[in-house]
Design a protein around this ligand. Structure first.
Ligand code: HEC
Length: 117
């Protein structure tokens, strides 16, 4: 009495196991590699680490001039100005802000306009 399909040969089973292990290992080692590549494509040394709007304001804006007075500009003017200043920082090789940090600095300024006249 023989089975309808012959049992898998030992060598085939070992081959398949080895192939599966190779593929799994390949996926495993390729994952962290891709992540590192994505991070290092940006020059992180020149970008501020995410911090509070106040800290970012105090540390980034004094790179070229004294800290501005909040009451000199309207909220709409500040929104444009912070982006413009950040472009200056990037163009002149200073530390500059990410999009999230630009928003944090802008909200910090806007939240202080009403209290400091
Ligand atoms: C890379 C250098 C640099 C950095 C850093 C910088 N600024 Fe300026 N800032 C300038 C220069 C140059 C001017 C004058 C020319 C101009 O107004 O475009 C200026 C002008 C200003 C003015 C007056 C503009 C006006 O129209 O009255 C304000 C307010 C100001 N900066 C705020 C900021 C704030 C807020 C930050 C931080 C987010 C900042 N700056 C960071 C270079 C810089």
């Amino acid at each position: 009495m023989s089975p309808i399909t012959p049992p898998m040969k030992n060598s085939t089973a070992i081959g398949l196991t080895a192939l599966f292990a190779l593929v799994a290992f390949g996926i495993l080692i390729s994952l962290p590699e891709k992540k590192v590549a994505r991070e290092s494509s940006q020059d992180l040394s020149r970008v501020f680490p995410l911090a509070s709007g106040k800290t970012l304001f105090e540390e980034s804006c004094v790179q070229c001039h004294t800290l501005p007075v909040f009451s000199t500009h309207t909220p709409d003017q500040w929104k444009v100005l912070v982006k413009k200043m950040n472009r200056y920082m990037e163009q002149t090789g200073k530390k500059y802000l990410s999009a999230d940090e630009t928003d944090a600095v802008t909200s910090y300024i806007l939240s202080n306009i009403s209290t400091k006249h």
